[in-house]
Design a protein. Sequence first.
Length: 424
Amino acid sequence: MFGGFPFEFFEGGGGGFPGFAREQHESPKNVENTRYYEILGVDKNATTQDILKAYRNLARTKHPDKGGDPKEFAEITQAKEVLSDPEKRKVYDTHGEEGINKGMSASDEGMSIFDLLSGKVGGKKEGPKRCEDTNHELKVSLEDLYHGVNKKLALNRTRNCVECNGAGGSKVEVCGECKGRGMIKRLVQLGPGMYSQSAGPCDQCRGQGKSIDPKFRCKSCKGSRTIQERKVIEIIVDKGTPNHHKQNFHSEGDEAPGLAAGDLVVMIVEKDHPIFKRKKSDLIMTKNITLKEALTGYRFVLKHLDGDKIIESTPGEVIKPGDIRTVEELGMPIMRTPYKFGNLFISFEVEFPKPKSLPKSSIKDLIKLLPGERANPQGKSIKALVFDKSHVTENHTGIHSDYQEDEDDDESHGQRVQCSGTIF
C-alpha cells in the first residue's frame, strides 16, 4: 500500500485502473465490425441511402410475409437499424456488436487513472456548430401504415456553393464600411436636437463583414455563398409505423458557410380513415346493426385494411347498444415485430324500427316471444309525446312575478344589500 491506497485496486498490480486503459496506451484490440455490412451486402463506405436501398431489396425476398426466415430477417433489420443511424454506426465501427449491446458511445475510449484524477472524465466534446434541423411532415394513409410503403420526398435546401466553396468569389476582402464587424451604428433623429443611436447589419456587406468586388463574384451564387438545391429523399415507412414517428436523415438539411449541415427530420402523420380509428396498435370502429341482428345474431363483411373479413356473432349472443366486441390480432402490425398485431374493437349501435312500422300482429307476437311481464296498471292514462324542441317551456313570467313581488316586499321593509354575483 502507498498512503493507505491499495495498489491491488489497479489492474495488474498498478498497471491500470479497472475500466480504464493503462497509462502506456495499448493498441485497441481487433473488433468484429464487418458482419452487419456483410448481412446487407454493402461496403463500409456505403451511404445511408445505399444501406436503406439494400435493406429494401432484401426485404422483398427475405421478409417473412414473402416466405423468408424470421430469424434471418430480424438480423437484416438489426443491421439496417444500426448502420442507418449515424451515431450507432460510429459505435459499431469502433466497438463492434459488443459496443451496440452495451449501449456505448462512439467516444468511449480508454482513459488513464491520471485522466480520472485530473477530472477529465465526463468531459463533453463539442462538435462543429450546425444549422438548425429541417422539419417536414409526411402524411400517410392508414392502409400504407398497415402494409408499409416507400415514399419519395422532394425538397429544396440551402447548400454551400460548390463553385466558390462557400466563399462568394475569388477575391474576398474585409468590408470597408463596417471594418469586418458586419454591423454599423446609425444616428436617428427623434426631434429637433434629439438623436438616438442604433446598430444594425451593414448594408454594404449584408452583415457578412466581407465584401467582394463585382468583377470577382462567383457566377454561380452571385456572391451569396449559398445556392438552392433540389433533393429527393427516399423514406421507408415500416409496417405499423406509429403516428408522429420521426425519421432522422443525418446532414440532409440546410447548410451555411462556417456551419455544418443540419439534419432533415421527417415526421409521419397518419391520415384520417373513414372506418377505423387507431389507438397505438389497436383499431376501433363503430358498426350499426338492426334490432333483429342484435337479438338473433349478426354476420357482416368488414372491409379491413388487409382485405375483406367476415365477422359474426357467437350463437345465442344478444347485443345491447354500446356493447364492444374484440377481434384478436385484427389491429395494426406492431412495428419491427414480425407476425404480431394489435386487436380490433367493434362498438355496436342498434338501429330500432321506425315508429308505427310494426303491424299489430307482429307486436302481439313480440309480446309473447320476448321475456318479461308487460306492466298494465289500472286507471286513467296520459299519453307521452315524442320529444320536440317546441315542448321546452321558455316563459318564466310567473316565476319572475313572484320573485318581483318578494323583491318589492323586501324594499318596503328597508334597503337590501345587493349581491355582487349574478344568477344564471
